[in-house]
Design a protein around this ligand. Structure first.
Ligand SMILES: [Zn+2]
Length: 468
């Protein structure tokens, strides 16, 4: 009882102190803080998902953005994803889609107390809004809705139809949300001028461009493929061990994959990224980026040494799971490992499969790959979408260097492959490089300034996209 009273008092103090801070904040700041308080967590095991939080999040959106939900056509797809259509006056213009997601990844059990502020507290402190989803990806949902609501208040009417999708299961593959949103659009015969999804952002202190803030628009993403390797051998009592040991043979196979990485290559859009950076770098590095025909081997050598840069120039190999043996005095008859690969654009899956077979070089090891999504082609750096994002960013953040990039992770975009070839991965928030590692991890946070600017960039982007 005492405990309960104490916790009630503590909560009251917290609420009062939060209210005091909140009162002086701008609406978008408090709205994002509230959005974080709904634990819309996508668990890998879907039975663990509590969808009541998803419904409550919808109710919060309806109450916070009344004009969006009364003046625009809002459809619910696959029960929890939202699809919003803001009809334009000019039917000749193909619509543009803005895509984001509001589900978040779980908090790793045992790390809850490592957070400076509770992960679902939506606490505003130290110039930041803290919590799961503050960067990935509730900030984009809130920034977009803030922008639309304000534009509706002002009576703004777009010429081009603008579509908005807010998916609910991106973090577990988008099989319900994005898949059905895309199918819904296909059924209606919609073809998009371009779409904007997650995967790029504004990065302060980019290590490749010291002292410069860069807006990175990802023109492509790597293909995600996992392979299951199985070795079978003679089992039996460990006191009379057989020669043909499945664990040893599998260990040799995964060691071969680990020790023989794929060849480093400078391919689009990474070569375009370096070219775009070149004018902003003085000295030797600028010269090297400008003259890749000459400097490619040097660039590849340097980039291969850095873990993050290495993933931009290579199909990566990560041995992630190894499973064998059931008893210490029993030689296992079977051993299994999973290796996760991320393919560079341009590497065909047929070539990739042949390459890993050659590296393993043991016909007795079975190699099976799971189904993978065909990735969209590399988007056009001179396309309308790229121009629109560049101009919106430059309007709000003058001096920021806009560059194309490659996303090494994966997103929902493969579902939209039949709706447009022009997919730009960019969400409007700014963060320092030290916060990159907080996404999907402890102490995820966004600065108050960043959410305020995100709304400004979203507003500029919507208005730019709305015109021919
Ligand atoms: Zn995300």
């Amino acid at each position: 009882m005492k405990k309960i009273c104490l916790s009630v008092i503590t909560s009251l103090i917290l609420i009062i102190s939060t209210c005091a801070v909140v009162a002086s904040e701008q609406a978008e700041v408090t709205h994002l803080a509230r959005a974080i308080q709904f634990p819309t967590v996508s668990f890998q095991n879907t039975e663990d998902i509590d969808y009541s939080h998803f419904s409550q999040f919808h109710a919060f959106l309806r109450e916070t953005y009344p004009l969006v939900f009364t003046q625009l056509k809002v459809e619910t797809i696959a029960q929890y994803s939202l699809f919003i259509n803001w009809k334009g006056s000019n039917k000749a213009l193909k619509p543009v889609l803005f895509d984001a997601h509001y589900d978040v990844v779980p908090i790793e059990p045992g790390t809850e107390s490592d957070w400076k502020y509770p992960p679902f507290g939506g606490v505003i402190a130290d110039g930041f809004i803290w919590g799961r989803g503050s960067l990935d990806d509730k900030v984009s949902v809130i920034a977009t809705l803030e922008a639309i609501e304000t534009l509706l208040q002002q009576g703004y009417a777009p010429q081009r139809s603008l579509l908005f999708s807010f998916a609910h299961d991106e973090e577990i593959g988008g099989k319900q949300g994005a898949a059905n949103i895309a199918a819904h659009m296909k059924k209606k015969g919609i073809q998009l001028e371009y779409m904007i999804g997650e995967g790029g952002f504004v990065l302060e202190d980019n290590p490749l461009l010291p002292g410069k803030t860069t807006a990175m628009i990802a023109l492509a993403e790597k293909t995600y493929i996992s392979a299951t390797l199985t070795a079978r051998g003679d089992g039996g009592h460990s006191s009379t061990p057989p020669k043909n040991n499945a664990i040893i043979r599998l260990a040799k196979a995964v060691t071969a994959l680990h020790e023989n990485p794929f060849e480093a290559k400078l391919v689009a859009p990474v070569n375009q990224m370096l070219e775009a950076m070149a004018p902003h770098i003085d000295g030797v590095q600028g010269f090297l980026f400008r003259n890749q025909w000459l400097s490619e081997p040097l660039i590849l050598l340097a980039m291969s040494k850095d873990r993050t840069a290495n993933a931009l120039v290579r199909t990566t190999t990560a041995v992630t799971m190894f499973n064998a043996g059931i008893k210490e005095n029993q030689v296992s008859q079977q051993a299994q490992a999973i290796v996760n690969f991320r393919l560079l654009p341009g590497l065909s899956t047929e070539q990739f499969l042949e390459d890993i077979k050659n590296i393993v070089d043991d016909d007795s090891i079975e190699i099976k790959t799971q189904q993978w999504n065909t990735n969209p082609p590399i988007s056009d750096m001179n396309g309308l979408g790229y121009q629109h994002i560049s101009s919106a960013v430059s309007d709000v953040l003058p001096g920021v260097v806009v560059i194309p990039s490659l996303l090494t992770a994966t997103t929902d975009t493969p579902y939209y492959i039949e709706l447009t070839k022009q997919i730009y991965r960019f969400h409007p928030f700014t963060f320092p490089i030290e916060d990159v590692s907080k996404v999907h991890s402890t102490n995820e946070r966004i600065s108050v300034n960043s959410i305020i600017n995100a709304v400004k960039i979203s507003t500029a982007l919507i208005q730019t996209a709305a015109n021919p």
